[in-house]
Write a protein that binds this ligand. Sequence first.
Ligand code: DAH
Length: 354
Amino acid sequence: MSDAPARLQEIRVEAEAAIAAAGSAADLEQLRIAYLGRKAELTTMLRGIKDLPAEQRGPVGKGGNEVKRALEAQLAERVGALEAAELDERLRSDAVDVTLPGDPPQRPGHLHLITETRREIEDVFLGLGFAVAEGTEVEYDYYNFTALNHPPDHPARMLQDTFYLADEVLLRTHTSPMQIRAMELQEPPIYVIVPGKVYRRDHDATHTPMFHQIEGLAIDADITLADLQGVLLEFVRAIFGAEREIRLRPHYFPFTEPSVEVDVSCFKCGGNGYVADGSHCNLCKGSGWIEILGSGMVDPNVLGFVAGNGYDPAKVQGFAFGMGIERIAMLRHGVPDLRLFFDNDVRFLEQFGS
Ligand code: DAH
């Protein structure tokens, strides 16, 4: 044991080198156990001082405690340094780069073009004093046909390709049955429009099995065809522009007499039929007019079905009209194919709506 002080210095050099080289907190803990633990050489030496020759007790006790404190201090420093480095690294790797662009913003949705168009049309008629009513999509033959003056086996029933659900029960082919239901529910006078889904067995670029219509009905004491004309002119100007004119052409519908088809003056060529370079307008096909709805004076036979509720054809009369919402939207926005409305392709849908 004569070289104990020298051994102390060897332990110190070896331990200090090991501590300096340690790469992790776990390594440092191993070194603490190895050099300062209960079974460590240094600990054993300090414990054995009392057995040393008297002249060595002082130097070994003092030197040993010095080495012990020095190693403890170094360990503490290295643990601190490693923790700081780990924190640094965590901060670096978890850092948020505030200069990166953010997540793409959620695109807000908007109303479907059909809904938007329906609401615009409703607004026009609400402004003219009409109420809005909705009917059932599953309808009786009676309301869809019979009470609208289609006698049984009348060929007019063939004008519309009907989905039958059961004998006498069908998917309504138009919103016109609500004329009868509305008059059953309310005595005259009545001013009502009826938006809703209708169904027909048809499928091509201009027909889908389901589409939307808006029906109009006005019954009062002194209504004439001039009232119909005034109301529809107002509607057409609100939807297609203040300069528009309308034209009434004779037509046939079972539930109106007389019946007319209503055209709006072309809003692409201004009604001229030709465009700036002298070529025919492709929207109105050179005619200057575009068909937009069917209409007429309500047939007295129709009023006869609700005469019990005050609709005596001798006392009241009125007009009715019906239009396709898709058709109005297609014309206004230049949509070439009706089926686009129902494909749910956002590339189409997102072009519209506010
Ligand atoms: N219901 C007709 C159709 O779907 C449209 C129509 C024409 C409605 C004349 C009317 C009207 O109210 O008077 O083709």
